[in-house]
Design a protein around this ligand. Sequence first.
Ligand SMILES: Cc1cc2nc3c(=O)[nH]c(=O)nc-3n(C[C@H](O)[C@H](O)[C@H](O)COP(=O)(O)O)c2cc1C
Length: 192
Amino acid sequence: MISEPCALAGDPPYFQSFEDYPSKETLKAAFGQLPSGVVVVTSIAADNEFAGATVSSFNSLSFDPPLVALGLAQTSKTLAAILGFQHFAVHFVSEANRDLALRFASGSTSKFKDVSCKLSRNGVPLLAGFHTSIECVLDSAQIAGDHQLLIGRVLSASVGDDCGGPVAWFRRGFHSCLPVADRSGSDRRYVE
Ligand SMILES: Cc1cc2nc3c(=O)[nH]c(=O)nc-3n(C[C@H](O)[C@H](O)[C@H](O)COP(=O)(O)O)c2cc1C
């Protein structure tokens, strides 16, 4: 098990100093324990080329107005594209899209090669083969350490009938999501 002691010094209330934060390895190990959904985010770069990246920091945020949030590394080409083009699409990854998600997580310069894709009314690349996708206009962007936190306002959402096999990113790998039953055998999947 990886753990690092919290070095608390001085008099109460023992606020921890910023220098004591966990190493990147510890953080990766810790964050990797939390299963998360995976999406592929697309937009248009300044040179009019398509841009896209695989993202697990995506979350729904608000219904009224409809807002979503995601974090992109300052070095991400997709971040630069979204900041410039102000619009982006989010494609929810299921089992059928796993290989494509790995391609969009790479530094490849031909991520869109042989990928079936059409432009939305706002000119955002929409990838074929994803059961659910949404299109957003950038609402705000905030620098957050080595990332930027983007908040997008949802313009449209497309949800297919068959959501495919849902997958989660967990411990640096894709896992399929199966329903759980509690020990008594009753189905406790849903919030009542
Ligand atoms: C499952 C998975 C989730 C990822 N989530 C994020 C993320 O939330 N934010 C991010 O900046 N990069 C994330 N990445 C890494 C980017 O996909 C990767 O750095 C990509 O090459 C960025 O492409 P770009 O520079 O063309 O935008 C993730 C990678 C994987 C495999």
